[in-house]
Design a binder for this molecule. Sequence first.
Ligand SMILES: [Zn+2]
Length: 247
Amino acid sequence: MPSPATAHAVAGLPAREPVVELARMGITAFTTTRAHGDFSLAEPSHVAANSPRWNELQRSLEPGPAGLVSAVQVHGDEIATHEDAWTGWRRIEGVDAHIVLAPRGAAAVTVADCIPVFVAHATGAVALVHAGWRGTAAGLLPKVIAAMDCPAAELAIHLGPGICGRCYEVGPDVYERLTGWQTIRNRHVDLRALLAEQAKQAGVVDVSASVWCTKCDRDRFYSHRGGDAGRQIAVIVAGTSDSAPFP
Ligand SMILES: [Zn+2]
C-alpha cells in the first residue's frame, strides 16, 4: 500500500519551492515539497528515519552555510539568536523563531499548515518564524521584527506555504484570541492575512505571500489538517552584503 506521501505526490514536482521575492536581495530561502520527503522529528521513530534527510539537506547547502539550526517547536514566543558560526546540523530546544546573524548560517522550521515566515534585511541578517495560531496570537512575528534591531521599513517579509483562510476553521475561543472579536460559532481565519497585518503595523512595507495552501495543494505539501503526519521544512540562509543566492 502506498504511503500517504507517495499517494499524493505529483510527478515532476520540484523538491524545493524557492522564495523568489528574497532571492532578489541575495537571500536563499525555500520550502521543501513532498518530493523532498518527510522531515518530521516528532517521534523517536521519525528521528531515526528522517535525521539522515536533515543532514543531507545541510550538506546540500555547502559550501555556503556555516551550519543549519532547527528547534523542537513548542508554539511559544521564544526567539533564538545565532550570532556565531557553527558547523553541521544543530537542533536546539523550545523555540519557534530564529534570528541568524552569522554570515551563511541557515535556519529551518518544520511546518504542515502553520505559516513559515521568512524575514530578511539587505545586510544579510535573516529570521525565520514558525507561526501557528498560538504564535500569531502571541505576537511572535512583531517580537522578531523588533529583535532584528534594524528599521522595520528596511525588512522584507515573505509568508510561505501554509493553510489558507478557506481551509482554516477555528472555534470561538481561538477566533477571539486571534482577532479580538467575539463569536458564537466556528469561523475561518486567514493566518497569513493576520501576519501580514502584524508586519505592516510594525512598520514593514515589503510583505509578500506564497500562493500555495498546504491543504488545498496537498499534492505538493504535507497538511496536518489534511491528515498527514509528515512535515516539510522552510529554510533560510543568512547572507552577507556581497553574497549571491545559490541554487
Ligand atoms: Zn486551502
